[in-house]
Each structure stands twice: as C-alpha cells, then as structure tokens.
Design a protein around this ligand. Structure first.
Ligand SMILES: O=C(O)CCC(=O)C(=O)O
Length: 397
C-alpha cells in the first residue's frame, strides 16, 4: 500500500528500479513463494512492481483522459410514475433549455440537453410535475442499458425473422428467469392454477392457466372466470409482469434503431398472460391467435412470449392471405413449408404488426436442455425431466 502512492506517479520503467529498493516490502516469504535466491527474489519483486506500476500508470492515464473529455449533458430524471408521459417531463425541462427525452425506463428517464449549462441549471432546481416531485441529476450511466438485467456473459441478440417477427435471444438474466419462474409456479399453486385444457374435444398436450383474463378453449373467447374449467375467477396479472412486457418493448424500440419501423410494435397494454407448461413430450399444434379483439389484431398489437426452462422448436408459417383456406380456416398453410426457431430459456419471441396473424406452434420440447439453476424451480415431468414454461402476453381488448 505504502509503495503504491509512490509508484503511481512514476512511469513503469522507473518503477522497475524502485522495485529493487522496495524489495523488503514486496518480497514474498521464500517458503510460500518457493523463491530461493536473493538475486532471483529481487528480480521477481522488480517484476511485481513493474506490473503494478504499469497498471497504475495506465489507470492514471486513462482516468486523466476521461476526465478531460466533457461528459455529455444528459440528465437522469427519477421518480417518474408509469402514467406520466415522457413528453410532459420533456416539456417541463425545456424551460431550462433545448432538450429531449432519450430513454424511458421504469420509474426514471434520461434527458439530453443541447447545452451543458442548461443541464446544470435544471439540476439545481426543484421539479414539481403533475403533482410529483421529480429528481434531476447529472446522468452517470454512459452506456445504453437494457431494461432487463441481462447476463453480461451472454449479451442479447435480436433476430428479425420477418416483418413483424422478432426473436430476442438471451434477453433475461438467469436471476430474472428464476424470479419469474418462481413467481409463476407459486401462482399456479393457487386454486385457479394449472389444468389440462381441451381443444376440439381432445386434451391439449400441455397444462395451462391464465392471468388477467381467461382464455376459454371451448368458446374461443376471453372471460373473467375459468368458464371452460371450474368457473373460478381468473388470477390477477401481477404488475411486475406487465411492466416487464412494457420494458421489453421499450428496449426493443431503443436497440433496433437501424431496423427502425421493422421492429417497432404499437404500444401495448397487456391484460392477459397465458401460462403454458409443457412436459418434454408436450407440443402445441400450429394455430393463429385470433381470439383477441378485432381492434387489437387489426392494430398489430403484438403477442409477446417468454420462454423458461427446456428449449423448444417453435414453428411458424409466414402468413399468406392468398392461400385458400378450408372450413378449419388453416389447411392452406400446409402448402407452405414452415420455418422454425429454437426458443431457449430467457428468449423472447414477438409477433405483431403485419405478422399478427402468424400461424405458429410448438413442435418439440427438448429433454436435458433446461438450465441447471431452473431445474429445481420448474416442474418436472414423469421422467424427472424439467419441463418448459411459456408466458404469452396479449392485449385482448
Ligand atoms: O409455447 C409457446 O412458445 C407458444 C405458445 C402459443 O403459441 C400460445 O399460447 O398461443
């Protein structure tokens, strides 16, 4: 410690020579290090100081360079309630100078000022907006951040599969996946939890329960009670899941600037989440999600799906309105070969806009693909294999 302060002001080459003098301080005990000779120990301590000196020198240099560069005039605005429009905050801050909101997150947002002195003036003032006391500080984060706490070792990858269809790989960190899975499994233990629905008189190859509104597989409609099952009221949709969906859409909007309109979905107010649990022999036939309101479908409001646990082969058909349909409304799609995507734990799949009527299904769930940390959380099937949880969020009204 003592030597660090001194070495910090030196160039690494100078530090080598000083290393000889500091050998008493830095020399490791011969028993622990195995260094035998005085000469060698002096050389080694010199090397330690060289490395240390070089490290500190680089740190000093880098921090000097950084501090010389003026920080971008971006304000962090905290205490923003979800219902407050970003424009309202922007308008309020424009009294200090030209500025615009550059990022909106849960509870806070970032505003970029054109002039640094305007930011300084805003930081020193009190901000009462719509009855809320907002805090305005100089933003510390220089990098764009995701709403979701992603795993830095596995950065998300956005794949635009076709217009209106986006697959985001690795979007949710393991911690987030575990939290969501735990929350859903604990909700499913309520009286209105998982059951095996029937579709056209056949048991579906999955178990299901809904949050917000119930999807009746017999009448193909949404209701507030489990009308095709036990008549119980449907469980409420937790606000954190709703916020998660909004956060995913806002992340996508920000991260996909180059794709611009191709990946921008209309704003969404998810009122329903269908939770599916598949065993490793489970599947879901190709279908279209058309039971939501006509307005919701026509506006291209997306269906957002979160995958947790074992991986699955997701099939989708590009929608071809020209292909004649039979009485089931779906036979024509057999003529087109389906495309597929492998959905892994933590992935998000979104379809909306012109692809809102996408035909899709789950062909297969793969055994031995569930991340270890989720095996304990997600229910296992008869074979002891962890299944797959899927949450699809929709705006049904
Ligand atoms: O499990 C999935 O990934 C798809 C679920 C689905 O298509 C649905 O619930 O409509």
């Amino acid at each position: 410690m003592q030597c660090c302060g001194r070495v910090a002001v030196l160039h690494p080459l100078v530090a080598v020579t000083h290393g000889w003098q500091f050998k008493e301080t830095l020399q490791r005990s011969p028993e622990r290090s195995g260094w035998k000779h005085e000469g060698q120990s002096m050389w080694n301590s010199g090397r330690v100081v060289l490395l240390l000196g070089s490290f500190i020198w680089r740190r000093c240099h880098t921090s000097r360079r950084t501090s010389c560069r003026s920080a971008p005039p971006v304000a962090f605005v905290g205490g923003v309630p979800p219902e407050m429009e970003s424009e309202e905050v922007q308008k309020h801050l424009q009294q200090y100078g030209s500025c615009r909101v550059v990022k909106r997150c849960r509870g806070y947002l970032y505003v970029r000022f054109q002039e640094a002195q305007d930011l300084v003036a805003a930081v020193g003032a009190k901000h009462l907006v719509g009855g809320r006391d907002l805090t305005v500080e100089v933003a510390k984060a220089k990098k764009k951040q995701w709403y979701c706490e992603i795993d830095p070792d596995y950065p998300p990858r956005i794949r635009r599969l076709m217009d209106g269809v986006v697959h985001i790989q690795n979007m949710l960190s393991m911690a987030m996946q575990i939290n969501i899975a735990k929350q859903v499994i604990s909700l499913s233990s309520a009286r209105a939890g998982f059951y095996t629905p029937r579709f056209e008189d056949r048991a579906m190859r999955l178990r299901m329960f809904c949050l917000g509104r119930h999807w009746d597989t017999q009448t193909h409609s949404y209701s507030d009670v489990r009308s095709d099952c036990d008549g119980r009221p449907v469980l409420a949709m937790p606000s954190n899941l709703k916020e998660l969906v909004e956060g995913i859409l806002s992340d996508l909007k920000q991260k996909c600037q180059p794709m611009a309109h191709k990946a921008h979905f209309p704003p969404m107010e998810p009122d329903t989440c269908i939770v599916n649990w598949y065993s490793t022999s489970g599947s879901l036939g190709v279908h279209q999600d058309l039971d939501e309101s006509e307005q919701s479908i026509a506006a291209g409001i997306p269906v957002i799906s979160i995958s947790l646990g074992s991986s699955a082969r997701f099939l989708y058909h590009p929608d071809h309105p020209d292909i004649p349909k039979d009485s089931d409304g779906c036979d024509g799609c057999d003529a087109i070969s389906p495309r597929s995507a492998l959905l892994r734990s933590g992935d998000i799949f979104i379809f909306g806009q012109e692809a809102r009527r996408l035909r899709h299904g789950i062909a297969k769930v793969f055994p031995r693909t569930c991340p270890k940390k989720l095996v304990e959380v997600i229910e296992t099937d008869g074979e002891g294999e962890a299944g797959r949880l899927n949450l699809t969020f929709r705006q049904t009204r």
